[in-house]
Unconditional design. Structure first.
Ligand SMILES: [Zn+2]
Length: 456
């Protein structure tokens, strides 16, 4: 396959120029100036003029709900949604049912993934058995089975002695722990950012301190270990300062932000209700600005969707019908509605909108195209210890072809994901994956997508 006429952006190789890319037997064979590669006999030439050719996008944090919750998502639907979003690999979190804390579950996930012609699945192993925070899983065995990251995500690791032991053991294996940072004494029942919006809703607030207190504790541990530590879905300005401080003190720490935390602030909850409810919650406008600045200056290493599919019942949509958007006047939710909101499941889907929202920051000139590729491919590949995230000759041809000017509307009914819980419905985005290529095979082609897009 010859990808001809595109603009190659490959930060790992410090390459950002027009070039053709030749893929042979599923492997990148050559990246050369336009017109320099003669396609071998039988090769198909794909004209990608006007598009960016990037190493395949990688999402280090998704929930595929399989095994356990087929009404929300399955490995098959999740990986197809990922491919449609331009992702060639996604790291699937361990909070399935049963939890991914044994070889059998990891193997089950990889077997299901092999049956699907879509994105690759990278298994994330639990840190503690059953996510109960008490007993460590057998890390070496899980690595052997294919785990590339360790996380109890969804639940924080409350016992710092357990976490400290996990960091020491994983430092020897050189695999990272991804930390869901939440002090549940402080966040208890908090359903929206503590402040104006939680008051409007009449629900308990979830303060920044629930996140920052735990990050401060865990980064103190990280400073004392060699092992890589990754902060999942950070949401506020002080968290960014804590990461900078820990780095200055020698911690081997990376961090991620979700598209909703770099695109929306807490006011979105008044409009979208439970479809803008997540953990950590959407924060203030100044937190949003700090996050964007930290994406631009390199403090935030990567973008992760935290793709969290939920069926309408889990979001209590029926109980909350008619409550959102809330009017501009000062009315609160009724006590019943506030309670239904507090009980609604946390999280939103993100695989099919992440690239379009990141491209939004590129079009606004908040980040450069190269920075976006670093955050969505180069750096996640390093975190997950994958031989990916680069268009180096000899490695598997996982490639995303991005049309930066393709305009489209977010239409949840057309998503390949099984779930529809998104606060971005109806939004007009500019920038979309045109082709997603995994191991030299096209697993998504926008031409056959029913989500109609027009080039501007
Ligand atoms: Zn989490």
């Amino acid at each position: 396959m010859l990808l001809s006429g595109g603009h190659v952006i490959d930060p790992a190789n410090d390459f950002d120029a027009d070039a053709d890319v030749l893929v042979v037997d599923g492997v990148v064979q050559a990246v050369e100036e336009p017109g320099q590669i003669r396609a071998p006999e039988g090769a198909s030439t794909i004209d990608v003029h006007g598009c960016w050719v990037t190493p395949g996008l990688i999402d280090p944090h998704v929930h595929l709900r399989d095994p356990g919750f087929p009404q929300k998502e399955t490995i098959a639907t999740g990986l197809r949604a990922a491919a449609a979003g331009g992702f060639t690999a996604v790291a699937a979190m361990a909070n399935t049912s049963p939890v991914n804390d044994t070889l059998d579950i990891t193997r089950y996930m990889l077997d299901r993934a092999r049956e699907v012609h879509a994105s690759r699945l990278i298994p994330v192993s639990a840190v503690t058995k059953g996510l109960r925070g008490a007993e460590l899983v057998d890390f070496a065995a899980m690595v052997e089975a294919g785990a590339c990251l360790f996380s109890d995500d969804g639940i924080p690791i409350d016992d710092q002695v357990i976490l400290s032991r996990a960091l020491d053991e994983l430092a020897l294996l050189n695999f990272a722990v991804s930390l869901h940072e939440e002090d549940r004494h402080l966040s208890e029942e908090g359903a929206a950012n503590a402040g104006e919006v939680s008051k409007r809703l009449g629900v308990k607030g979830y303060p920044n301190s629930a996140e920052t207190a735990r990050i401060r504790r865990d980064l103190a541990l990280a400073i004392g270990t060699e092992g890589p530590v990754h902060i999942a879905h950070l949401s506020c300005a002080e968290s960014i300062e804590l990461v900078k401080h820990a780095r200055r003190n020698g911690a081997n720490v990376t961090c991620e932000v979700t598209p909703h935390h770099f695109w929306l602030d807490e006011h979105a909850v008044l409009e979208w209700g439970p479809n803008a409810k997540m953990n950590p919650p959407l924060r203030s406008e100044s937190d949003l600005e700090a996050i964007r600045a930290a994406m631009a200056d390199g403090t935030i290493d990567m973008i992760a969707t935290d793709h969290a599919p939920h069926d309408p019942a889990s979001k209590n949509l029926e109980h909350l019908a008619g409550c959102f958007p809330m009017s501009a006047s000062g009315a609160h939710l009724s006590d019943d509605a506030a309670s239904a909101f507090m009980r609604a499941a946390n999280g939103i889907i993100g695989l099919e909108t992440s690239l379009g929202l990141a491209m939004g920051l590129v079009h606004k000139k908040v980040i450069s195209p190269r920075r976006m590729v670093e955050m969505m491919s180069t750096n996640p590949a390093r975190l997950l210890r994958l031989e990916a995230g680069a268009l180096s000759c000899g490695i598997a041809a996982d490639i995303t072809i991005i049309d930066p000017d393709l305009e489209w509307f977010v239409e949840p009914a057309k998503f390949l994901s099984k779930s529809r819980n998104t606060p971005f419905a109806g939004m007009r985005l500019r920038g979309k994956a045109r082709l997603t290529i995994v191991g030299g095979e096209i697993v998504y082609d926008a031409r056959y997508d029913t989500n109609r897009a027009t080039r501007v």
